[in-house]
Design a binder for this molecule. Structure first.
Ligand SMILES: Nc1ncnc2c1ncn2[C@@H]1O[C@H](COP(=O)(O)OP(=O)(O)O)[C@@H](O)[C@H]1O
Ligand SMILES: [Mg+2]
Length: 632
């Protein structure tokens, strides 16, 4: 019920309901509003709209407006009744399938799948043609019969996930019978989904009915919007200039379909947790943040100040990004490396302001090109995204639209941001393809025709489309093989040099990074534990974690000897960590110090920052003195 209430706060639901009410009034008040009986023939054929016949007359002299009014009755009836029947079948099949499982599920799912793969409309046509009963009943029967399967499938999976929830398990364990569990425990939690399903089925029914009638398969002696279209078409109404005869029933069908579709979307969104969380995210405000400080001086394009981000979970806050301070310069290639679970993705999302609840930026500032992003209103953020910075993620290639040519998808991204000149877009798409190493003939390919590497190149091309100043790439090549990874990385690097872009490249593979980056940041347990120019880091890794990470991957060239991985796992970021987070895994940990006191971040040589007690002169001096005292 709560979901339904929420749905009606949605503007789309209101519009859908209003359309439905208007059409409903047409149906109810038809006898009052119509000036002529809908089927009454007369000699006034092919009249144009006039005061007597507002929408003109048909080839047989019937009043089009009256037909339209009466026609709404059957269209609505078919929509609502069929929607209801199909929904009831879906609910019964879906719930029974989910609740009983085993053989029952196998059989019901089998039947559902058969109905899913049967082409709906052709089946309706064949079935309707063989049913010899006249009137609207066979149409309803046939459409209900073919329209329930999709709903059953959706409801089954929802019920399955509910079945495993605590409260349902508790009811079953408490000895409640299956019917009671289904109707008292599971069903009330599915009201929104069932309502969405109903509107979806009604939409299908209205369109299928119109289609059938239009093809003349239904009972053409009845007055419905579909039969109006059928007669108008077969009498060549357009040639006679009687366009209202064709246009108005068409419009009404479209309006009814739109009403059901709007209601379906609105209810579906509140009923579907995944869609909902995205909307909540768009609306949620960050925690009370302190006002930002002054914009950075100097040539930093991106500056992170004391950035903290994490996930507010039931068990407490997971602090996945802790006090990160970092600058990225114009044209710089900055690498970020660390094992998985160290907060790299959270950092990328926090910078891009793309964290979704329960994820959130907790405090700190993100300055990009003079703008502070954490406190930027959503609309301004949308403007900035793609234009000033863009992102590529490991799973980005799965986000390509499977039914759209890849070249068009890049063009679309550009159009969405106001580039409208067609030849300009075309030239640019070609150029982008060249930049990321795809031959231009692939512009007309669909994603499924491309390999993983090619798809990822397309995604990178999209990210580059608007010439952003900064591109954040979170493991964009991890799913690809090493050779492809390397060649993509080289192309990205070439584009960077050409366009003077800044790139933040995140990966767990350090060896890949040191070759390509200007500077590398090593992330561990949500913190940046070492930051240095690449060559410096490569020649002289300081943090014990960096050293181990360096050895964990085989070199790209040369002999492929087995390297030692790092024993153990990064710490759970949901817990409070005392001392140095790496201490439990560190072979150089100093007892009584590292697991107790967190190390400071110190710049040990130009641009080389490390957070490790081993490089803190004060700490080491203190320890030397302690040892001296102990030895005395
Ligand atoms: N939605 C989430 N809810 C709670 N914790 C999360 C969520 N997503 C990630 N985390 C936690 O945040 C930490 C950092 O994750 P992530 O940023 O994905 O690391 P990486 O990209 O380095 O592998 C992990 O400990 C992970 O368990
Ligand atoms: Mg990650």
């Amino acid at each position: 019920m709560e979901t339904l209430k929420r749905a009606f706060n949605d503007r789309r639901a209101v519009v859908g309901a209003l359309i439905l009410i208007v059409l409903g009034l047409m149906a109810l008040l038809a006898p009052l509003l119509a000036q002529h009986p809908p089927s009454q023939l007369s000699n006034d054929t092919w009249l144009h709209p006039n005061s007597q016949h507002w929408l003109g007359t048909t080839a047989l002299g019937q009043d089009v407006f009256s037909q339209l009014l009466y026609g709404s009755r059957l269209s609505l009836l078919v929509g609502l009744v069929t929607g209801l029947i199909a929904t009831v079948i879906s609910v019964i099949v879906g719930l029974a399938s989910a609740f009983f499982g085993g053989v029952v599920d196998d059989i019901l799912s089998g039947i559902t799948n058969i109905f899913l793969v049967l082409p709906g409309l052709p089946l309706v046509i064949v079935a309707a043609a063989y049913l010899q009963v006249s009137g609207v009943v066979p149409v309803i029967a046939v459409i209900s019969f073919t329209g329930w399967a999709w709903g059953a499938r959706v409801l089954r999976s929802q019920a399955l996930s509910l079945r495993d929830r605590d409260f349902v398990q508790a009811a079953v364990a408490g000895g409640e019978g299956p019917l009671r569990v289904i109707f008292a425990e599971i069903l009330p939690n599915m009201v929104g989904l069932i309502a969405a399903n109903f509107f979806g089925a009604a939409l299908y029914a209205v369109l299928a009915e119109a289609g059938l009638e239009f093809l003349g398969v239904g009972d053409v002696s009845q007055v419905t919007w579909g039969t109006m279209l059928y007669w108008a078409q077969s009498s060549q109404a357009l040639l006679q200039g009687a366009w209202p005869w064709i246009a108005t029933p068409g419009l009404c069908i479209a309006a009814l379909g739109t009403a059901f579709a709007l209601l379906n979307f609105a209810v579906d969104e509140v009923a579907n947790p995944r869609l909902r969380s995205e909307r909540v995210a768009a609306e949620s405000k960050p925690l009370a943040l302190k006002p930002a400080g002054a914009p950075p001086a100097g040539d930093a394009l991106l500056q992170l100040r004391h950035l903290e981000a994490g996930y507010l979970t039931e068990k407490g806050t997971v602090r996945a990004v802790k006090d990160v301070n970092l600058e990225v310069h114009r044209g710089e290639f900055l690498g970020i490396a660390g094992e998985s679970g160290c907060g790299k993705s959270t950092l990328a999302f926090a910078v891009a302001q793309l964290l979704r609840p329960p994820g959130q930026v907790l405090s700190g500032e993100v300055w990009l090109n003079g703008q502070e992003l954490v406190r930027l209103p959503p609309e301004a953020l949308r403007q900035t995204r793609w234009k000033d910075f863009s992102m590529v993620f490991q799973s980005s290639m799965n986000a390509l639209n499977p039914v759209m040519r890849v070249g068009d998808q890049i063009a679309d991204a550009m159009r969405a941001h106001g580039v409208s000149d067609k030849s300009l877009i075309e030239a640019r798409v070609k150029e982008l393809f060249g930049m990321v190493g795809i031959r231009p003939e692939y512009m007309v390919a669909y994603p499924h025709q491309l390999s993983g590497g090619m798809k990822q190149r397309v995604v990178i091309a999209i990210a580059l489309a608007l010439e952003p100043r900064l591109v954040i790439m979170d493991e964009p090549t991890t799913a690809l093989d090493v050779v492809v990874q390397r060649s993509i990385l080289q192309e990205i690097d070439a584009v960077r040099r050409r366009l003077n872009l800044s790139i933040v490249f995140i990966t767990h593979d350090l060896s890949l990074l040191v070759e390509m980056s200007d500077r590398v940041a090593i992330m561990y347990a949500g913190e940046i534990v070492e930051l240095a120019p690449s060559h410096d880091l490569y020649a002289n890794p300081l943090h014990p974690y960096t050293r181990r990470l360096m050895n964990a991957f085989p070199p790209l060239e040369g002999e492929r000897t087995r390297r030692d991985g790092i024993a153990g796992r990064p710490p759970d970021l949901g817990r409070v960590i005392q001392g140095c987070p790496f201490a439990p895994r560190c072979d150089r940990a100093m007892t009584g110090l590292c697991e107790v006191v967190a190390p400071l971040r110190l710049e040990v040589s130009a641009g080389h920052v490390v957070a490790c007690h081993l490089y803190d002169p004060n700490v080491m001096k203190g320890r030397a003195e302690d040892h001296a005292i102990a030895a005395d």
